[in-house]
Design a protein around this ligand. Structure first.
Ligand code: SAH
Length: 248
């Protein structure tokens, strides 16, 4: 298990974090800390902003309706965001919320929605996506918030592809070679993972992807998984076989 403190409440802040430079808590944060967690002045929490590492902060109430976070000690140095690019066809609300949170917990560094032919929803609320990413980051102990990108079209995402990055394409029609064997046979390189919509990829999309030299097709076993299940399963086998679940 990680050596750092993963019990204290953690909050993401936008402000810079430096010793003795008080950061005002937002009303939502103040309500959560004081009324939900029932913390009091002098209690400590952890704060991070993606730039300055993680700081232990003491709660300060300079005025009746004000709550400040006072950084007292940097407990973790900032580490770079994970490089894993997670591409997905957007799902409907609750499933999308779930998938965004799980992708963050599983180590995605960038979340890129891709509008495929059978995608179920045409609009994505980026603010909602970012709020889910922040909540997951606070919960799972990472030090930066994964980038939540605006959706791109299928052709558009391939057109601008950096071919140095290998794209692992989860194809439910692929023969069930073990995904671990598939991943371990890949040359080492920056990685991306693509999971399709509930309705699956179109024949054209599959043919296009399977013909690309930088694509590795991966099976997730003999059953058809729901897209949000596939996201967690694919990220798990990827992190366990070639990702950051391997210690050292
Ligand atoms: N085409 C299926 C549903 C697709 S499931 C149907 O029409 O019922 C949604 C996405 O999850 C797929 O596009 C694929 O990316 C992934 N997925 C689901 N099961 C999978 C499997 N057994 N192997 C690889 N990918 C899978």
């Amino acid at each position: 298990m990680p050596s750092h403190d993963f019990k204290s409440p953690r909050l993401h802040v936008d402000a810079d974090l430096a010793a003795a430079e008080a950061v005002p808590a937002t009303p939502v944060q103040a309500n959560y800390l004081l009324n939900v967690l029932r913390l009091a002045e002098g209690d400590s929490i952890l704060a991070f902003n993606g730039r300055d590492g993680e700081w232990r902060c003491e709660l300060r109430k300079p005025a009746k309706k004000k709550l400040d976070l006072l950084p007292v000690e940097r407990v973790r140095l900032q580490t770079p965001a994970p490089d894993l690019l997670y591409l997905f066809a957007p799902l409907k609300h609750a499933r999308l919320d779930y998938m965004v949170q799980k992708a963050v917990e599983m180590g995605a560094g960038t979340l890129q929605p891709v509008m495929t032919q059978h995608v179920q929803t045409s609009r994505i609320n980026i603010d909602r996506m970012r709020a889910n990413a922040i909540e997951a980051a606070e919960q799972c102990g990472i030090l930066s918030i994964p980038e939540c990108r605006e959706p791109v079209g299928f052709a558009q995402f391939l057109a601008g592809w950096d071919t140095a990055r290998r794209l692992v394409f989860c194809d439910e029609r692929e023969d069930a070679e073990s995904p671990i064997d598939t991943l371990r046979a890949m040359p080492a390189s920056p990685l991306a993972l693509l999971v399709g919509p509930e309705g699956g990829f179109s024949e054209d999309e599959r043919a296009t992807l399977r013909a690309l030299p930088f694509v590795t097709v991966m099976s997730l076993g003999p059953r058809i998984l729901r897209a949000d299940t596939a996201a967690v399963a694919a990220l798990a086998v990827l992190q366990a076989s070639v990702g950051d679940w391997r210690q050292g």
